[in-house]
Design a protein around this ligand. Structure first.
Ligand code: TMP
Ligand code: ASP
Length: 237
């Protein structure tokens, strides 16, 4: 692992080459960033905790028929994944208004969004991940129309599965971000991670965050909040 070639380093993960052409190793870092990297800190144990959440949520979704890029788990902070070409879209699904939606359009935080809102952002840090209209996606061919339909269908199904599961645990899934990858044979599958870094979770009936807003808004102990969530889910860390 120490000698593996680093292919890419993102804000929260590193991707390494493996002995197989079609597989990579993804290692979860302890770094947390916000506001496109303007705020950056390291939190002991965050990588391990986020990998555990990703395993939990991806397993749950797989049972519900959603395929993902994970091949196997290597250790507490790294996993082996299919090498996919990452679709340059951040897919955000929103059940309640929060975050950039409130800032941009002036909605009151916590307002229910019915039907669920699905948004697309261009995955490009140098442009600060700008929001895209479907027209831009089609016009500039980021994905084909068929691929976009497949992404949206999966995103909404993922929302149904996660929302229902979390609701039963007493947690409201406010919103979350997904990334998808294209396999060598052209399938679009769920990639990246699902963790409290990429979702907003509120204790049901409150706006108490158990997610990265704790760090974004400096509301307390980040990893401590993630561990409270793990405990609620019965996820052993
Ligand atoms: P936003 O309200 O800041 O647009 O975030 C919407 C959701 O997407 C929220 O659950 C946090 C997640 N998210 C990421 O995972 N990565 C990001 O870079 C951003 C901006 C948001
Ligand atoms: N992940 C993004 C960043 O660093 C933003 C966020 O999650 O708020 O910069």
């Amino acid at each position: 692992m120490a000698e593996a070639l680093l292919l890419y380093e993102g804000k929260a993960k590193k991707i390494f080459e493996t002995d197989k052409q079609d597989e990579v190793i993804i290692s979860f870092k302890d770094d947390a960033t916000a506001f496109n990297g303007l705020k950056k800190d390291e939190f002991a144990d965050k990588g391990r905790v986020n990998l555990a959440f990703t395993k939990y949520f991806f397993n749950l979704l797989e049972t519900g028929g959603i395929k993902n890029h994970i091949v196997s788990f290597i250790d507490e902070t790294s996993l082996r994944a299919k090498k996919v070409s990452i679709i340059p879209l951040e897919v955000v699904v929103r059940n309640l208004a929060a975050g950039s939606l409130c800032r941009r359009l002036g909605f009151e935080k916590g307002i229910e969004l019915k039907p669920t809102l699905c948004e697309y952002y261009l995955k490009d840090d140098s442009l600060n991940d700008p929001i895209l209209a479907k027209e831009h996606i089609k016009y500039f061919n980021y994905v084909t129309e068929k691929e976009l339909a497949c992404i949206e269908e999966q995103a909404l199904r993922i929302n149904e599965l996660l929302y229902t599961h979390m609701e039963q645990k007493g947690i409201t899934l406010v919103d979350f971000k997904l990334e998808f990858g294209r396999t060598a044979d052209g399938q679009i599958i769920l990639a990246d991670e699902i963790s409290p870094d990429t979702c907003r979770f509120w204790k049901k009936g409150t706006m108490e965050s158990l997610d990265k807003d704790v760090y974004r808004e400096e509301k307390g102990d980040l990893v401590g909040s993630y561990k409270v969530l793990a405990d609620i889910l019965g996820l052993e860390l």
